[in-house]
Design a binder for this molecule. Structure first.
Ligand SMILES: [Zn+2]
Length: 258
């Protein structure tokens, strides 16, 4: 009997220790980050005071779960703020969301090519962000230049980091296919496919104001339309009312526009 209890206690201690080891503590939001966040992230500016506080907590939770590393970049506070904000924006409607398919973000100084080369002499450096595969599985690679451009230009419907996090949300059901089964209820999948194909055709016929890259595949359409939805929600709603309702359903939120 006594051995039974001892054994049970031992299992419990090991279990608790293991859980503690696995989880990094969530730090409180640094005071000096508040103005940086407010000055640079419009989505945050438009939130109520209550939601601003939730947003900050979610950023810190993200930073406790995902490791950010600079590659030829000395990380500064604003790098972490913009990455964490990009992560929280698309999942803000899901209070319990964790990016289980992401362990780290590598920040490169500049755009890079297919070989992940960002050096001056490297050719065709056009990639601003990607979700890694193979030895980069569960990693996101972001160009610092693209990350900052996404937040400094608030009208071009383009935000590379948000785009990549939307890919991760798409991937949460196991496959990246432009059909976010984890987020959209079954009955919406058919209508979503129909709306998507219609608009992709419009893009490819030069009859849409959605970025051309969205016409290249269903995967990219979902991410590109989402960038637009989060950056220019009012314009998106006016130009694409049905798609707007669908994405609002999908992300469980209607971003505010000023
Ligand atoms: Zn993409």
């Amino acid at each position: 009997m006594i051995y039974g209890i001892l054994f049970f206690a031992l299992v419990l201690v090991v279990f608790i220790a293991f859980r503690k080891m696995r989880k990094k503590p969530v730090k409180s939001f640094p005071e000096n980050w508040k103005s940086l966040l407010l000055d640079n992230v419009r989505f945050y500016q438009n939130l109520s005071e209550e939601n601003k506080s939730v947003f900050r907590k979610r950023m810190m939770l993200f930073l406790s779960e995902v490791h950010i590393e600079g590659v030829s970049v000395d990380l500064i506070d604003l790098d972490k703020i913009l990455i964490a904000a990009s992560a929280v924006i698309p999942v803000f409607g899901f209070p319990e969301w964790h990016y289980n398919n992401l362990t780290g973000v590598l920040l490169y100084p500049n755009h890079f090519n297919e070989n992940l080369d960002f050096q001056d002499e490297a050719k065709s450096k056009v990639i601003g962000g990607l979700i890694g595969t193979g030895r980069f599985e569960n990693q996101m690679i972001l160009s610092k230049k693209a990350l900052y451009h996404g937040f400094s230009n608030q009208t071009d419907k383009h935000n590379t980091a948000v785009h990549e996090f939307v890919h991760l949300m798409d991937k949460a059901d196991g496959v990246t296919d432009g059909i976010p089964e984890r987020m959209l209820e079954h009955q919406y999948i058919g209508p979503w496919l129909q709306l998507m194909h219609q608009e992709m055709e419009a893009i490819n016929n030069d009859k849409s104001d959605i970025r051309r890259y969205g016409g290249t595949s269903e995967i990219e359409f979902f991410a590109v339309a989402s960038e637009y939805f989060f950056e220019r929600p009012a314009l998106f709603k006016r130009k694409h009312p049905e798609l707007y309702e669908m994405l609002a359903q999908c992300f469980q939120q209607k971003p505010k526009a000023r």
